[in-house]
Design a protein around this ligand. Structure first.
Ligand SMILES: [Zn+2]
Length: 238
Protein backbone atom coordinates (compact mmCIF):
# COMPACT_ATOMS: atom_id res chain seq x y z
CA UNK A 1 0.00 0.00 0.00
CA UNK A 2 1.32 3.47 -0.86
CA UNK A 3 2.25 5.90 1.92
CA UNK A 4 -0.43 8.25 0.55
CA UNK A 5 -3.08 5.56 0.88
CA UNK A 6 -1.92 4.58 4.39
CA UNK A 7 -2.10 8.23 5.51
CA UNK A 8 -5.58 8.65 4.06
CA UNK A 9 -6.73 5.39 5.68
CA UNK A 10 -5.23 6.26 9.08
CA UNK A 11 -7.06 9.57 8.96
CA UNK A 12 -10.36 7.82 8.16
CA UNK A 13 -9.85 5.52 11.16
CA UNK A 14 -8.89 8.40 13.46
CA UNK A 15 -11.95 10.40 12.41
CA UNK A 16 -14.19 7.41 13.00
CA UNK A 17 -12.58 6.86 16.42
CA UNK A 18 -13.19 10.52 17.29
CA UNK A 19 -16.82 10.28 16.20
CA UNK A 20 -17.37 7.08 18.16
CA UNK A 21 -15.74 8.50 21.28
CA UNK A 22 -18.02 11.55 20.98
CA UNK A 23 -21.06 9.32 20.52
CA UNK A 24 -20.17 7.27 23.61
CA UNK A 25 -19.63 10.42 25.62
CA UNK A 26 -22.95 12.00 24.70
CA UNK A 27 -25.22 9.00 24.22
CA UNK A 28 -28.75 10.44 24.57
CA UNK A 29 -29.89 7.09 26.03
CA UNK A 30 -27.56 7.64 28.97
CA UNK A 31 -29.00 11.09 29.70
CA UNK A 32 -32.55 9.78 29.35
CA UNK A 33 -31.73 6.91 31.71
CA UNK A 34 -30.30 9.31 34.27
CA UNK A 35 -33.52 11.32 34.05
CA UNK A 36 -35.65 8.19 34.53
CA UNK A 37 -33.52 7.07 37.49
CA UNK A 38 -34.00 10.45 39.16
CA UNK A 39 -37.76 10.24 38.56
CA UNK A 40 -37.74 6.71 39.97
CA UNK A 41 -35.96 7.78 43.16
CA UNK A 42 -38.38 10.66 43.60
CA UNK A 43 -41.37 8.33 43.22
CA UNK A 44 -39.78 5.86 45.65
CA UNK A 45 -39.61 8.64 48.20
CA UNK A 46 -43.23 9.50 47.52
CA UNK A 47 -44.20 5.82 47.92
CA UNK A 48 -42.55 5.59 51.34
CA UNK A 49 -44.30 8.82 52.33
CA UNK A 50 -47.66 7.32 51.28
CA UNK A 51 -46.85 4.14 53.20
CA UNK A 52 -46.19 6.20 56.33
CA UNK A 53 -49.52 7.97 55.90
CA UNK A 54 -51.33 4.65 55.48
CA UNK A 55 -49.68 3.26 58.64
CA UNK A 56 -50.99 6.31 60.52
CA UNK A 57 -54.53 5.67 59.29
CA UNK A 58 -54.25 2.00 60.25
CA UNK A 59 -53.06 2.98 63.73
CA UNK A 60 -56.03 5.36 64.03
CA UNK A 61 -58.41 2.54 63.09
CA UNK A 62 -56.83 0.14 65.61
CA UNK A 63 -57.22 2.79 68.32
CA UNK A 64 -60.87 3.27 67.36
CA UNK A 65 -61.41 -0.50 67.77
CA UNK A 66 -59.87 -0.37 71.24
CA UNK A 67 -61.98 2.67 72.21
CA UNK A 68 -65.09 0.93 70.97
CA UNK A 69 -64.34 -2.22 72.98
CA UNK A 70 -63.78 -0.13 76.11
CA UNK A 71 -67.05 1.78 75.58
CA UNK A 72 -69.04 -1.40 74.92
CA UNK A 73 -67.59 -3.00 78.06
CA UNK A 74 -68.47 0.13 80.06
CA UNK A 75 -72.08 0.03 78.71
CA UNK A 76 -72.43 -3.64 79.66
CA UNK A 77 -70.97 -3.02 83.09
CA UNK A 78 -73.33 -0.07 83.70
CA UNK A 79 -76.37 -2.04 82.52
CA UNK A 80 -75.42 -5.04 84.70
CA UNK A 81 -75.42 -2.87 87.83
CA UNK A 82 -78.73 -1.18 86.99
CA UNK A 83 -80.98 -3.31 89.19
CA UNK A 84 -82.02 -1.88 92.58
CA UNK A 85 -80.69 1.67 92.05
CA UNK A 86 -82.21 4.75 93.60
CA UNK A 87 -83.85 7.41 91.44
CA UNK A 88 -80.73 9.62 91.49
CA UNK A 89 -78.47 6.71 90.76
CA UNK A 90 -80.64 5.77 87.75
CA UNK A 91 -80.40 9.35 86.50
CA UNK A 92 -76.59 9.24 86.84
CA UNK A 93 -76.56 5.92 85.02
CA UNK A 94 -78.63 7.33 82.15
CA UNK A 95 -76.27 10.24 81.81
CA UNK A 96 -73.29 7.85 81.72
CA UNK A 97 -75.02 5.64 79.15
CA UNK A 98 -75.90 8.64 77.04
CA UNK A 99 -72.26 9.82 77.16
CA UNK A 100 -71.10 6.36 76.16
CA UNK A 101 -73.61 6.27 73.29
CA UNK A 102 -72.28 9.64 72.08
CA UNK A 103 -68.72 8.32 72.25
CA UNK A 104 -69.73 5.21 70.28
CA UNK A 105 -71.43 7.41 67.66
CA UNK A 106 -68.33 9.51 67.36
CA UNK A 107 -66.17 6.38 67.04
CA UNK A 108 -68.44 5.02 64.27
CA UNK A 109 -68.35 8.35 62.47
CA UNK A 110 -64.56 8.63 62.71
CA UNK A 111 -64.20 5.02 61.59
CA UNK A 112 -66.24 5.71 58.42
CA UNK A 113 -64.08 8.72 57.69
CA UNK A 114 -60.80 6.88 58.37
CA UNK A 115 -61.92 3.80 56.38
CA UNK A 116 -62.63 6.02 53.37
CA UNK A 117 -59.26 7.68 53.83
CA UNK A 118 -57.61 4.24 53.93
CA UNK A 119 -59.32 3.20 50.69
CA UNK A 120 -58.23 6.41 48.95
CA UNK A 121 -54.70 6.02 50.31
CA UNK A 122 -54.52 2.40 49.17
CA UNK A 123 -55.66 3.46 45.70
CA UNK A 124 -52.96 6.14 45.54
CA UNK A 125 -50.35 3.61 46.61
CA UNK A 126 -51.49 1.06 44.03
CA UNK A 127 -51.37 3.65 41.28
CA UNK A 128 -47.89 4.69 42.31
CA UNK A 129 -46.73 1.07 42.61
CA UNK A 130 -47.97 0.44 39.07
CA UNK A 131 -46.09 3.46 37.81
CA UNK A 132 -42.94 2.43 39.67
CA UNK A 133 -43.11 -1.08 38.23
CA UNK A 134 -43.47 0.28 34.69
CA UNK A 135 -40.60 2.70 35.24
CA UNK A 136 -38.43 -0.07 36.69
CA UNK A 137 -39.07 -2.22 33.60
CA UNK A 138 -38.31 0.68 31.26
CA UNK A 139 -35.06 1.43 33.09
CA UNK A 140 -33.96 -2.21 33.00
CA UNK A 141 -34.74 -2.53 29.30
CA UNK A 142 -33.21 0.80 28.32
CA UNK A 143 -30.10 0.07 30.38
CA UNK A 144 -29.73 -3.22 28.51
CA UNK A 145 -30.14 -1.46 25.15
CA UNK A 146 -27.75 1.36 26.05
CA UNK A 147 -25.14 -1.15 27.23
CA UNK A 148 -25.55 -3.11 24.02
CA UNK A 149 -25.20 0.01 21.89
CA UNK A 150 -22.16 1.14 23.89
CA UNK A 151 -20.63 -2.33 23.57
CA UNK A 152 -21.11 -2.24 19.78
CA UNK A 153 -19.40 1.14 19.56
CA UNK A 154 -16.58 -0.02 21.84
CA UNK A 155 -16.08 -3.15 19.73
CA UNK A 156 -15.90 -1.08 16.55
CA UNK A 157 -13.43 1.28 18.25
CA UNK A 158 -11.25 -1.63 19.35
CA UNK A 159 -11.12 -3.04 15.83
CA UNK A 160 -10.37 0.42 14.38
CA UNK A 161 -7.57 0.91 16.92
CA UNK A 162 -6.05 -2.43 15.95
CA UNK A 163 -6.31 -1.58 12.26
CA UNK A 164 -4.78 1.83 12.90
CA UNK A 165 -1.87 0.33 14.85
CA UNK A 166 -1.13 -1.96 11.92
CA UNK A 167 -1.20 0.91 9.44
CA UNK A 168 0.92 3.13 11.70
CA UNK A 169 3.50 0.35 11.98
CA UNK A 170 3.69 0.26 8.17
CA UNK A 171 4.53 3.99 7.96
CA UNK A 172 8.02 5.46 8.12
CA UNK A 173 8.58 7.14 11.51
CA UNK A 174 8.89 10.65 10.06
CA UNK A 175 5.71 10.26 7.97
CA UNK A 176 3.85 9.18 11.09
CA UNK A 177 5.30 12.06 13.12
CA UNK A 178 4.32 14.49 10.38
CA UNK A 179 0.80 13.11 10.34
CA UNK A 180 0.46 13.28 14.15
CA UNK A 181 1.65 16.90 14.19
CA UNK A 182 -0.79 17.87 11.41
CA UNK A 183 -3.58 15.98 13.16
CA UNK A 184 -3.10 18.04 16.31
CA UNK A 185 -2.76 21.26 14.36
CA UNK A 186 -5.81 20.70 12.15
CA UNK A 187 -8.03 19.05 14.72
CA UNK A 188 -8.08 15.64 13.07
CA UNK A 189 -8.31 16.79 9.45
CA UNK A 190 -4.61 16.45 8.61
CA UNK A 191 -4.63 14.84 5.18
CA UNK A 192 -6.17 16.17 2.00
CA UNK A 193 -6.57 14.08 -1.09
CA UNK A 194 -5.96 15.81 -4.39
CA UNK A 195 -8.73 15.32 -6.91
CA UNK A 196 -7.71 16.82 -10.23
CA UNK A 197 -6.35 20.21 -9.10
CA UNK A 198 -8.60 20.49 -6.00
CA UNK A 199 -7.57 19.38 -2.46
CA UNK A 200 -10.44 17.62 -0.63
CA UNK A 201 -10.56 19.82 2.49
CA UNK A 202 -9.67 23.43 1.68
CA UNK A 203 -10.97 22.99 -1.87
CA UNK A 204 -8.73 25.74 -3.25
CA UNK A 205 -7.85 24.96 -6.86
CA UNK A 206 -4.08 24.64 -7.22
CA UNK A 207 -2.20 26.52 -9.90
CA UNK A 208 -0.28 24.64 -12.58
CA UNK A 209 2.98 25.70 -10.88
CA UNK A 210 1.82 24.30 -7.50
CA UNK A 211 0.76 21.05 -9.15
CA UNK A 212 4.18 20.78 -10.76
CA UNK A 213 5.86 21.38 -7.36
CA UNK A 214 3.68 18.68 -5.82
CA UNK A 215 4.46 16.07 -8.40
CA UNK A 216 8.17 16.77 -7.85
CA UNK A 217 7.65 16.28 -4.08
CA UNK A 218 6.32 12.75 -4.64
CA UNK A 219 3.09 11.19 -3.40
CA UNK A 220 3.06 13.03 -0.05
CA UNK A 221 3.20 16.82 -0.32
CA UNK A 222 1.87 19.87 1.44
CA UNK A 223 -1.08 22.00 0.39
CA UNK A 224 0.31 25.49 -0.46
CA UNK A 225 -2.91 27.08 0.84
CA UNK A 226 -3.94 25.34 4.07
CA UNK A 227 -0.63 23.51 4.70
CA UNK A 228 -2.25 20.18 5.35
CA UNK A 229 -0.57 17.02 4.12
CA UNK A 230 -1.65 16.69 0.51
CA UNK A 231 -1.62 13.25 -1.06
CA UNK A 232 -2.39 11.95 -4.51
CA UNK A 233 -3.99 8.54 -4.48
CA UNK A 234 -3.49 6.18 -7.39
CA UNK A 235 -6.57 6.06 -9.60
CA UNK A 236 -8.91 3.32 -8.40
CA UNK A 237 -9.34 0.52 -10.85
CA UNK A 238 -12.96 0.09 -11.89
ZN1 LIG B 1 -5.44 22.70 1.44
Amino acid sequence: MSTAQVLADIQELDLSLMRDAGTLEGMPEVRELARKRRAYLKLKGEASHLLGERKDIETDLAELDEDELACTAAVEEAQAGAAGLSYHEVQDLEIRLSDLAKRLDKIAHTRTERTEALAAQTQREEKLTGYLTALERAITEETRQARQRAAEIQERMASHRAERAELAAALAADDLARYEAARTRFNGLAVEVLSGAVPSICRTTLSAASLADLSRAGEVGECPYCHRILVTLPEEES
